[in-house]
Design a protein around this ligand. Structure first.
Ligand code: PA5
Length: 444
């Protein structure tokens, strides 16, 4: 079976990348031996190959309970506690299932990733006549956005469905012992899953954080994990650097950064990958953007955004490179019809697959961008399914660990995220923040 593959020929010369071999090897050794910064967060490294059949069965059994008892499941979480699940569910789901009433699978909606009053109001309104359940996902168990949404959802679920049914359809995924989410789950008797201590949020999609919502949505988590496990081998420590796609990607993007390319855009030509872009942005942005360095991660959906950001990419400041995730084969077949009158002048496309038109847009864009001074890397994914998404996820995670170490940062912490929280808590007079409240009020 084919694997996902990386092509860097339009980005950096092979020999320039190959010169990173010793550095990459040192970074891979740090990951493997746990000798680098952030070494208490390396649980993701062999996660796919170490998930047991019993763990997968337990997840599937819980998913089944939710599927049998819920028309809608709300996944409450933020950052790494929701983006992975959303990325996979949106990549694999029917683009119009929200409108055409999918009767075989519960609808999955997301909350706890914003503090929008209108969003939460409209969510409670939408749920008011639905049999719904909730998965409360928070590693710390104290994240304000998620906790606030969960408080609303818990009350509504208990009121609408009764306390006994609420207990059956509310699941918590959190720390084994710490945090308010754990305390609440223990007190209420909810089914719980643990986020391992040594797996950070943005590396947690192949734990219950991602796997439970994905299973509830009706997708094959065994294939997802298998894809991750196979990629673990492809990107293993024993694989020569230039044959290891995650090592090559990590080295290439660091070389481009050194050459002044400060922005990387992740590009897709398939709208179903929009949330994969979002997941990737968090993975790389939180992992590398620190100590006053790091590539700025942005993402675009093409050809949609060729009609907006396309101009900047083609002719703006030359500080950008792109990484295209290209799906080789679509799931469905749709041909452009012939039209007798040809009023729209599109008969030159008649009989062609829509995907052929899309692929020519992709190739044309690549050539134009390379001509315009935008280095281009290309990740080919044979098909958009669970197995290859598992490969893609692990490929990006492994590359991120290596890339962060090449850059010289700790890719597993996110100290900068605390700054806004501290100010928000001070402004909201959270107990324990009295001194900060005083200081911030004096400033405004
Ligand atoms: O990657 C991370 O660690 C973060 O994005 C967290 O996932 C996010 O802040 C949510 O944290 P928690 O799961 O503790 O609610």
């Amino acid at each position: 079976m084919k694997n996902i593959s990386l092509n860097i020929e339009n980005a950096v010369a092979q020999k320039v990348v190959a010169a990173y071999e010793a550095q990459v090897k040192a970074c891979q050794d740090k990951l493997e031996n746990g000798t680098g910064e952030g070494n208490d967060f390396l649980g993701w490294l062999h996660l796919p190959s170490s998930i047991t059949a019993a763990e997968l069965s337990e997840l599937k059994a819980t998913a089944q309970v939710m599927r049998e008892n819920c028309e809608v499941v709300v996944v409450a979480g933020i950052g790494g506690s929701y983006l992975g699940a959303r990325a996979v569910i949106e990549a694999l789901g029917n683009s119009f299932s929200a409108f055409n009433g999918d009767k075989t699978n519960p609808t999955i909606v997301f909350a706890g990733h914003n503090i929008g009053e209108d969003y939460l109001y409209e969510l409670t309104e939408y749920l008011s006549d639905k049999k719904f359940g909730v998965i409360n996902i928070s590693k710390s168990g104290t994240t304000t956005e998620t906790a606030l949404a969960f408080r609303l959802l818990k009350k509504q679920c208990e009121k609408q469905r009764g306390k006994d049914m609420a207990k059956k359809v509310i699941v918590a995924i959190t720390d084994a012992v710490k945090g308010a989410a754990r305390k609440c789950a223990t007190q209420e008797g909810y089914k719980t899953f643990v986020i391992p201590d040594n797996v950070g949020g943005r590396y947690s999609v192949l734990t219950p954080v991602g796997l439970l919502p994905i299973a509830i949505a009706g997708f094959d988590i065994e294939q997802l994990v298998k894809g991750g496990a196979d990629m673990e081998k492809v990107c293993g420590n024993d694989v020569p650097m230039m044959e290891n796609p995650s090592a090559v990607y990590a080295a290439t993007r660091n070389e481009l950064y050194k050459q002044g390319k400060k922005i990387e855009i992740l590009v897709n030509f398939n709208p179903k990958l929009h949330y994969m872009n979002e997941w990737w942005k968090q993975l790389y942005g939180e992992s590398e953007g620190k100590d006053n360095k790091g590539i700025f991660n942005a993402a675009v959906d093409f050809s949609t955004d060729l009609h907006s950001m396309g101009q900047w990419i083609q002719q703006g400041e030359r500080s950008i490179f792109e990484t295209v995730v290209s799906i080789e084969n679509p799931d469905h077949k749709l041909e452009v019809p012939f039209d007798e009158e040809n009023l729209d002048g599109l008969n030159f496309l008649a009989g062609k697959r829509v995907d052929e038109v899309n692929k020519m847009a992709e190739l044309g864009t690549q050539l134009a961008h390379v001509d315009g001074g935008v280095p281009n890397m290309r990740i080919s994914v044979p098909q958009l399914n669970e197995y290859y998404l598992g490969q893609l996820i692990y490929f990006f995670e492994k590359a991120c660990g290596i890339s962060g170490y090449i850059l010289g940062v700790n890719p597993f912490n996110q100290p900068g995220v605390e700054a806004y929280k501290k100010n928000m808590f001070a402004l909201l007079n959270k107990p324990g923040y009295e001194a900060e409240s005083k200081a911030i009020l004096a400033r405004i």
